[in-house]
Design a protein around this ligand. Structure first.
Ligand code: NAP
Length: 314
């Protein structure tokens, strides 16, 4: 008999249908179905669910739930909204997502390295100025976060001859990359980076990490790329640092409120590039394969993938 695994979340019907189609295309003897299509008896038996931005009340209504497969890599929202410690939260770890993010980090690092914001501003005023162009080896890119995404980004930047350094909670080992950890390590990375790339998860330890004190430690004239989560940066402190020219430019893909409100000062700031949370969109085809593999292993062998650490918040 075909086993039914429900999918639930605050997403539109088209997105849900697409996910269902892709995941089911990778499964045999198991079928992903919308949670609403299960009877009350079936809901009482549910031990595993696929979720995307789920309503916590809906998850609470599943008494036998053991784990959920998130279709997103960042799980801070479900972690903060859904506190049932008996249910493991498994986030999406997809090598394609790491590739896409490393491509984004490389693209926007080159944007800053090749001074594109400067040339755009010059064109607007018909100015002809040729600033010094350092080599990539002379440019230090500091990555905050050396996980699935940070490691891939570090290697891609190294391939392109940048000098790469990085910071994480525990000590990381990456070929050719000088790595730091702990509070002192953070100061070193802030002081040395010409381009600082944030690829941290949002947790109680990283919320507001780039506060006025830490922003003041950043090398004068450096630029920031935030591809992690908006609340990691104190927005007022960043704007003050850009206004005073302590920092040169910020490429921001993530914000405390998304979509970024129309009246937000970032939109019109000459030293800010606003991106609409597009640095690494989830690829439904490859993401579905990973989710299907995890579900198949659970159904056939009872294996539940490693979940996120609720205490650490990622
Ligand atoms: P991950 O594999 O869990 O890696 C997280 C990294 O951050 C690890 O190196 C971890 O250190 C480090 N870290 C966490 N808390 C820290 C702390 N308090 N101090 C120092 N380092 C800390 O996560 P990932 O898959 O790389 O994803 C990172 C984040 O990217 C996601 O959580 C999500 O918010 C964001 N994201 C954004 C987009 C986008 O389109 N903008 C797309 C996908 C994901 P350890 O190595 O010591 O654990």
């Amino acid at each position: 008999m075909t086993r039914k695994i429900p999918i639930t979340g605050r997403m539109n019907d088209d997105a849900m249908d697409e996910w269902i189609g892709h995941i089911n295309g990778n499964l045999t003897d198991v079928k992903i179905v919308p949670l609403d299509e299960l009877s009350s008896e079936e809901k009482a038996q549910v031990d595993c669910a696929v979720v995307l931005n789920p309503d916590p009340a809906v998850l609470e209504s599943l008494p036998n739930l053991k784990w959920i497969q998130s279709l997103w890599a960042g799980v801070e929202r479900v972690l903060s909204e859904y506190s049932n410690e008996d249910v493991k939260i498994v986030r999406l770890i997809d090598p394609q997502l790491s590739k896409t993010m490393s491509e984004g980090v490389l693209a926007w690092s080159f944007y800053l390295h090749r001074a594109m914001p400067t040339y755009l501003a010059q064109q607007a005023t018909r100015s002809w100025d040729q600033p010094h162009l350092p080599t990539p080896q002379e440019r230090t890119i500091g990555l905050l976060g050396l996980g699935q995404l940070g490691k891939a980004a570090a290697l891609r930047l190294k391939e392109n001859e940048f000098n790469v350094i990085g910071w994480s909670r525990s000590k990381a080992e990456i070929d050719g990359v000088e790595t730091f950890h702990g509070a002192d390590g953070l100061s070193d990375v802030l002081k040395r980076s010409d381009i600082l790339v944030i690829l941290l998860p949002l947790s109680s330890a990283t919320r507001g990490l780039l506060d006025p004190e830490n922003i003041a430690k950043i090398k004068p004239g450096a630029s920031i790329i935030n591809f992690g989560r908006g609340p990691i940066i104190d927005d007022d402190a960043l704007i003050a640092a850009l206004d005073s020219k302590h920092l040169e430019h910020a490429v921001l893909d993530v914000f405390s409120i998304e979509p970024l409100p129309k009246e937000h000062p970032y939109w019109a700031h000459p030293s800010v590039t606003v991106l609409p949370h597009c640095s690494a969109p989830t690829n439904k085809k490859t993401g579905a394969k990973i989710a299907a593999k995890n579900i198949a292993e659970f159904v056939t062998k009872g294996i539940i993938p490693t979940g996120v650490d609720r205490k650490l918040g990622y």
